[in-house]
Design a binder for this molecule. Structure first.
Ligand code: HEM
Length: 355
């Protein structure tokens, strides 16, 4: 091996992973779980996502968010995908999700193709998790072997979605508690927040920061003034709040370390983002700085934390089921239930592809 290669290899290995080992928290999952039962799974998912991302470059971000919103509510069990029926109160109507979730139709596209290739084998929870890993790769982010073997829930929990998902005005302490409740630590919080390096947010989540922060009649002092002006142009005070702004003004559809550089420059979009860097004396500041300094360090920690998040309360073995259709449990529906199913399906176009 020549000396250049030795240096490159050494550099690749000198990567600081702040958290624990990625596979330590759930030994039952395995990247090769479908090696025999559905060997084409990865290529099917990759092809669908690559095609969608070409015409809708925001979609990979939306998929990663969908996975996060699944995992924080009774674990990564595809509960977020369940539509309203007589027995299911959909998480899609919870406050953090309503008029906001995207990508459900993309997961369905993958599921339809996977069912053709290997019927009744692959869970929707695994498809969503795998699609998140692929979404990272497709947007310039890191790739990793996604542990698989999850099964799908028989229930959803809308009130838990309202309770568990963090809000854009959360203080650092509240953010830490929301993550700790899922077994995720401060490094996980900072690493996973790095997903706010792509995708969009509606103005309604930042209007108070722009015009009347904490009822002071003034903007949030932790917002850079030039950036404040740009955001005010995109989000007028008396607008509907439904305009969308990029999380990252420079590379809006790329998964990179810019999020952390933005925080250093007081250009975090959400209050909850900027809290990570602007809370006086916070232990998150040095973590932000280390990710801002090295994309390699960020990527390693992002991988570690994505795997940890993907392991939250998974159903394995004989628990749950492998859904045939990701938006509904398999249980035979009653006459009444069928009626509701039909109307939910006809609404689905509105619900999943509106943004
Ligand atoms: C730390 C607490 C977090 C808060 C308070 C938060 C809040 C939000 C809000 C308010 C939006 C905009 C939604 C809308 O406009 O409808 C958003 C978008 C987004 N979030 Fe988070 N989020 C957090 C953590 C995460 C995590 C852990 C991930 C993934 C690992 C993530 C990924 C995303 C992505 C990719 C988008 C853009 C989605 C799109 O364009 O469709 N967020 N988040």
């Amino acid at each position: 091996m020549n000396s250049f290669r030795v240096i490159v290899t050494a550099l690749c290995c000198v990567v600081v992973v702040f958290g624990g080992l990625p596979f330590s928290s759930n030994a039952q999952l395995d990247p090769y779980f479908y090696g025999k039962t559905c060997p084409k799974l990865h290529s099917i998912a990759f092809k669908v996502l690559r095609k969608v991302a070409k015409t809708d470059p925001r979609m990979p971000a939306s998929i990663i968010r969908l996975h996060f919103h699944d995992c924080f509510v009774q674990g990564c069990d595809a509960s977020v995908l369940l539509n309203n029926t007589a027995t299911i109160v959909s998480e899609q109507d919870a406050f953090p999700n309503i008029n906001s979730l995207r990508g459900l139709d993309v997961i369905n596209q993958i599921k339809t193709k996977v069912e053709k290739a290997c019927p009744n084998r692959v869970s929707c929870a695994d498809i969503l998790t795998l699609a998140s890993g692929i979404s990272s790769v497709l947007t310039g982010g890191p790739g990793w072997e996604v542990p698989l073997g999850r099964r799908d829930s028989l229930t959803a929990n809308q009130s838990l979605a309202n309770q568990n998902l963090p809000g854009p005005n959360f203080s650092l302490d509240r953010l830490k508690s929301a993550f700790a409740a899922q077994g995720l630590n401060t490094v996980d919080l900072v690493a996973l927040s790095g997903a706010h390096t792509f995708g969009r947010a509606r103005c309604l989540f930042i209007l108070d920061r722009l015009y009347n922060f904490n009822n002071t009649g003034k903007p949030d002092p932790t917002l850079d003034t030039t950036y404040l002006q740009q955001l005010r142009n995109q989000c007028p005070q008396n607008g509907t709040g439904n305009n969308r702004v990029n999380f990252d003004p420079t590379t809006p559809d790329t998964l990179d370390k810019n999020f952390y550089n933005n925080l250093q420059g007081k250009k975090g979009l959400l209050q909850s983002d900027q809290e990570l860097f602007s809370t006086p004396g916070a232990d998150t500041i040095s973590i932000v700085n280390s990710f801002a300094n090295s994309q390699n360090v960020f990527f390693q920690n992002f991988i570690n934390s994505m795997i940890k998040m993907g392991n939250i309360d998974v159903l394995t073995g004989k628990k749950g089921e492998i859904r045939k259709q990701c938006n509904f449990i398999n249980k035979k529906s009653s006459e009444l239930d069928l009626g509701i199913v039909a109307s939910a399906e006809s609404m689905e176009g509105d619900m999943v592809s509106s943004i």
